[in-house]
Design a binder for this molecule. Structure first.
Ligand SMILES: Cc1cc2nc3c(=O)[nH]c(=O)nc-3n(C[C@H](O)[C@H](O)[C@H](O)COP(=O)(O)O)c2cc1C
Length: 269
């Protein structure tokens, strides 16, 4: 990737309760902030199975998970990545800590907006300390109801994410990546509080809509998911108005290289 002029950030993700013992080498019970199941099925080698009730992390285990993120960040850089993205979105462990319906802890990591932010802030601070803040981005998805997450009424979501962004801002991370569901007032407030770049993605934009959030002053950058998967030369195609390859949904989440490295580039590129 570097030889071709590319940059690589590796996303660091802990699934928390969105997991199944059959999908782990030692068939371990998943861990989470509290003993509350996601309430959904997960694909396993024997077919879909309900995700079990997780084991709540003990207070003194939380520092171990923070240390694992630190270690993973160092390993990503050692492997040649330019940086990492901390995955605090989409219903996984960090998002579970932020969400009152997944986090009923009574220690310093639950029970209030500030306490629910604490784990995410500790992970971000550790990763920034390990590899440098300018090599660490973070992804959030306020109110995204994935993996059984329910962050409550709009005012709760605002309070939680403005608290979180306010506590992360002094770290001056490389960027804030928002999976945006449409609350532009919240997005604007977060962007005002954030010192570096804000990346905004909305699910399922058309080609014509990609730059809308930048034009509206809501974002600095527009990340691309599926367009980039299906088009290794997506920037060139957008720049020149060339047609885009059609994504083959059967190859998504399938494992293996097919559908990830074999879409054609434009003739002459
Ligand atoms: C096959 C596939 C895998 C994805 N994996 C991740 C992931 O590991 N982490 C993540 O934060 N988002 C993941 N996403 C969400 C994308 O990052 C992106 O936010 C979403 O696809 C919307 O953007 P798009 O309409 O440009 O594709 C995935 C999406 C797809 C289609």
């Amino acid at each position: 990737m570097h030889a071709r002029g590319g940059h690589l950030y590796i996303q660091l993700m802990h699934a928390g309760r969105v997991s199944h013992p059959d999908n782990t080498p030692h068939h371990r019970r998943p861990v989470a902030p509290s003993e509350i199941a996601a309430g959904q099925d997960m694909f396993t080698p024997t077919g879909p199975q309900p995700m079990p009730v997780p084991r709540a992390l003990a207070t003194d285990e939380i520092a171990d998970v923070v240390a694992e993120f630190r270690h993973a960040a160092a390993a990503a850089i050692a492997a040649g990545a330019d940086g990492v993205e901390i995955h605090a979105a989409n219903g996984y462990l960090l998002h579970q800590f932020l969400s009152p319906n997944a986090n009923e802890r009574t220690d310093a990591y639950g029970g209030s907006v500030e306490n629910r932010s604490r784990f995410v802030v500790e992970v971000a601070a550790a990763v920034a300390d390990e590899i440098g803040a300018d090599r660490a981005g973070i992804r959030i998805s306020p109110a995204f109801p994935l993996g059984g997450i329910d962050e409550g009424p709009r005012e709760n979501v605002h309070a939680q994410y403005l608290d979180l962004v306010g506590r992360l801002a002094p770290l001056s991370l490389a960027y804030l990546h928002v999976h945006h569901l449409g609350d532009d007032e919240l997005l604007r407030a977060m962007r005002e509080a954030w010192p570096t770049a804000v990346l905004v993605v909305r699910y399922g934009r058309t080609r014509e809509q990609i730059a809308d959030d930048i034009d509206a002053g809501l974002a600095d950058l527009a990340p691309l998911g599926r367009f980039a998967l299906a088009n290794p030369d997506v920037v060139e195609r957008l720049r020149t108005g060339a047609a885009l390859n059609e994504l083959d949904p059967d190859t998504l989440y399938a494992g293996g290289a097919r559908g990830y490295v074999d879409y054609p580039v434009l003739a002459g590129a």
